[in-house]
Design a protein around this ligand. Structure first.
Ligand SMILES: NC(=O)c1ccc[n+]([C@@H]2O[C@H](COP(=O)([O-])OP(=O)(O)OC[C@H]3O[C@@H](n4cnc5c(N)ncnc54)[C@H](O)[C@@H]3O)[C@@H](O)[C@H]2O)c1
Length: 292
C-alpha cells in the first residue's frame, strides 16, 4: 500500500502507548482510524484526540481475547466506514516478571489469551473479511524484540507469547493472497504503560493487580523510545511493504548470535547429504498440492 489517504485502519490496544502512536501516524498519513481497546472510555478519549488531526475516527470497547468481541469490532468498522484496509493487532499485556519455572499458570494463560489468541483473532476475523473485500489490505501484528530472541531472563511467558506472534505472522504470509500483506512490528524498549498491565487483569486470570508505584516509576520501560516514533516507523514499514518492522539497532548482534548458534549446530550435527531434500517439508507439501 503506497498511499494511506482515506484508507481505514483499525488499531487494537490503541488507547495508549504504541497503539496510540500507530493511530496518530495513520491519521497523519490521512487515514481514518478506529481505536479498539479493552478500556472503552480511554479509547473514546483517544479517538476524540485524533479527530483533531482532520480525519474521521471512531472507538470501540473490545477485549481481543474474546473472538465475538473482535467480530463486533469488525462489524462496527465496516458499517461505520464501508471498508477497512489495515488492521494493527497491537493489544498486549505483560505481567508476572520472575523465573519461568515459578510462573503462575493463570498468568501464562493471560499472556497466551491476549498476546497470542488476541492477535490471531484479529488476523482471522479481519483476514477473512479482507479476502472477501478483495482490495489491497495489510495486517500488522505487534510482536517485540522478544519475538526475535530472548532479550532478557524473567519475562518467559511474555517472550513465549511474542515468539508465537512471529510464527503466526510468518505462516500467514505464506497462506494469504498477495493483495493482503503481513508485517510484524518488533520494537525494543518503548515508554508506555505496559508495566501497568496488571491493573486490568480480568478475574479469570487472578483479578486486578496492585501496581507498586515505585516499581512502575523505576521501570526500564520509562527509558524507552517514544511511542509516536514507533508509530511513525510502523507506518513507514507498511508503506514500504516490509515484513519485519524493526526499530532498535542494538538487537541485531543478539539476533546474529542466535542465528550463528543455529548455523553452527547444523554444521556440526547435520551437514548436507545426498538426497536430503526428500525430507524438505515445504517442497513435499508443494508437490502434494500440485497433485491435487
Ligand atoms: N513498551 C514496550 O517496551 C514494548 C516493546 C515491544 C512490544 N511492545 C508491545 O506493544 C504493544 C502495545 O503495548 P504498549 O507498550 O503500548 O503498552 P500499553 O499498556 O501502553 O498499551 C497496551 C494497550 O492494550 C490494551 N489492552 C490490554 N489488554 C487488552 C485486551 N485484552 N483487549 C484489548 N485491549 C487490551 C490496554 O488497555 C492498553 O491501552 C503490546 O503488544 C506490547 O507487548 C511493547
Amino acid at each position: 500500500m503506497k498511499d494511506l489517504k482515506d484508507k481505514v485502519g483499525v488499531v487494537t490496544g490503541g488507547a495508549s502507548g504504541i497503539g496510540f502512536g500507530i493511530a496518530g501516524a495513520l491519521a497523519d498519513a490521512g487515514a481514518h482510524v478506529v481505536i479498539a481497546d479493552i478500556r472503552g472510555e480511554k479509547a473514546a478519549q483517544a479517538a476524540g484526540e485524533l479527530a483533531k488531526r482532520g480525519v474521521r475516527t471512531s472507538s470501540v470497547a473490545c477485549d481481543v481475547s474474546d473472538r465475538s468481541a473482535v467480530e463486533r469490532l469488525a462489524d462496527h468498522a465496516w458499517s461505520e466506514f464501508g471498508h477497512v484496509d489495515l488492521i494493527f493487532n497491537n493489544a498486549g499485556i505483560m505481567s508476572g516478571v520472575g523465573p519461568l519455572i515459578d510462573a503462575k499458570e493463570e498468568d501464562f494463560r493471560w499472556h497466551l489469551e491476549v498476546n497470542v489468541l488476541g492477535v490471531w483473532h484479529g488476523c482471522a476475523v479481519f483476514g477473512k473479511r479482507f479476502q472477501e473485500q478483495g482490495t489491497p489490505a495489510h495486517i500488522v501484528n505487534t510482536g517485540s524484540e522478544h519475538s526475535l530472541y530472548a532479550a532478557h531472563p524473567f519475562g518467559g511467558c511474555y517472550t513465549a507469547s511474542k515468539h508465537a506472534i512471529l510464527a503466526l505472522s510468518d505462516v500467514l504470509r505464506l497462506e494469504l493472497p498477495d493483495f493482503i500483506q503481513v508485517s510484524i512490528l518488533c520494537p525494543g524498549l518503548v515508554s508506555t504503560e505496559l508495566v501497568r498491565s496488571g491493573e486490568i487483569r480480568p478475574d479469570r486470570f487472578g483479578g486486578p493487580e496492585q501496581i507498586d508505584e515505585a516499581v512502575a516509576e523505576g521501570s526500564a520501560l520509562n527509558l524507552g523510545m517514544r511511542p509516536e516514533d514507533i508509530g511513525k516507523r510502523a507506518i513507514k514499514g507498511v508503506l514500504r511493504g516490509d515484513f519485519y518492522i524493526v526499530t532498535h539497532p542494538h538487537n541485531r548482534p543478539y539476533i546474529e548470535d542466535r542465528y550463528n548458534e543455529i548455523r553452527n549446530a547444523f554444521e556440526t550435527q547435520a551437514p548436507p547429504f545426498e538426497g536430503d531434500e526428500q525430507y524438505d517439508m515445504r517442497k513435499v507439501i508443494e508437490k502434494m498440492l500440485e497433485g491435487l
